[in-house]
Design a protein around this ligand. Structure first.
Ligand code: GTP
Length: 235
């Protein structure tokens, strides 16, 4: 296998499946099965999940809500998703620990880097909830930060598009997918991978990002096996 320890970034919206909001249990179970395919191979898996299926801080701010207040609500949304994902993973017999960036000891253990790494070494999936614990940072930033902290080999960004395209494939029929691209080229061409804060943090720490379609079953295993089904961003 190409990677030993990965950080998987899942979008909150993807958890909606075919629904308009909230969590689709069928989608959750599918994710759990896909994750089990790689934990069964001994891959160490940490997960950061978004909260957009429940609440987006930015959307709150555009409706007149205080931005910090909105971001706090978004952080809590990621904990709800984290609990749901933990439950689905444990239904699939994958030992899982949820760590929160915001202290809420009755619900989740606090984020402790060394403990997270120990869990991973013991074969447990670790879900990091609560984003970075700070407003103005996205869950993509949380994903990159945690990936660097736990010394992950790569960050796998699961999306509904199967990689990075020369232009928006949902608007432009002749857009083509990059198999790999450098951080600098993404910036030069103005392509959208993550927000700039998250993206440059990854670049500065030489942490490769793979963008792939997480909603096609079995893709996670393919990415781990080194198949070129998404786009790899590298130095
Ligand atoms: P090892 O000691 O490495 O075997 O890890 P462990 O997670 O099995 O042991 P620990 O005794 O730390 O945790 C047992 C269970 O309690 C796990 O499900 C943890 O996620 C959970 N847990 C640990 N600390 C906290 C906490 O502060 N709050 C909550 N809610 N759960 C916790």
């Amino acid at each position: 296998m190409k990677y030993k320890r990965i950080l998987l970034k899942l979008s909150g919206e993807a958890l909606m499946g075919t629904r308009q909001y909230g969590i689709d249990p069928v989608r959750l179970a599918e994710y759990a099965e896909d994750i089990k395919q790689i934990t069964d191979l001994g891959i160490e898996v940490a997960i950061v999940i978004g909260g957009g299926n429940i609440f987006r801080g930015i959307a709150g701010a555009s409706n007149g809500m205080d931005r910090v207040q909105g971001d706090h609500m978004g952080m809590l949304a990621t904990i709800i998703n984290g609990l749901a994902l933990q439950s689905a993973l444990e239904d699939a017999n994958i030992p899982t620990r949820l760590q929160s960036a915001i202290k809420m000891n009755e619900i989740a253990e606090p984020f402790i880097r060394r403990k997270a790494m120990r869990h991973l070494e013991k074969g447990r999936v670790v879900i990091f909830g609560g984003g970075t614990g700070n407003p103005y940072f996205t869950t993509d930033s949380a994903a990159v930060l945690r990936a660097i902290e736990i010394e992950a080999d790569v960050i796998l960004k699961g999306t509904r598009v199967d990689g990075i395209y020369t232009s928006d494939p949902e608007k432009n029929a002749d857009a083509t997918r990059y198999e790999s691209i450098t951080f600098n080229d993404v910036l030069k061409k103005g392509l959208k991978v993550m927000d700039t804060t998250a993206f440059t943090l990854s670049q500065e720490n030489k942490l490769p990002i793979i963008v792939f379609d997480m909603n096609t079953r079995g893709n996670l295993l393919k990415v781990i096996s080194g198949e070129n089904i998404g786009t790899t961003v590298n130095i």
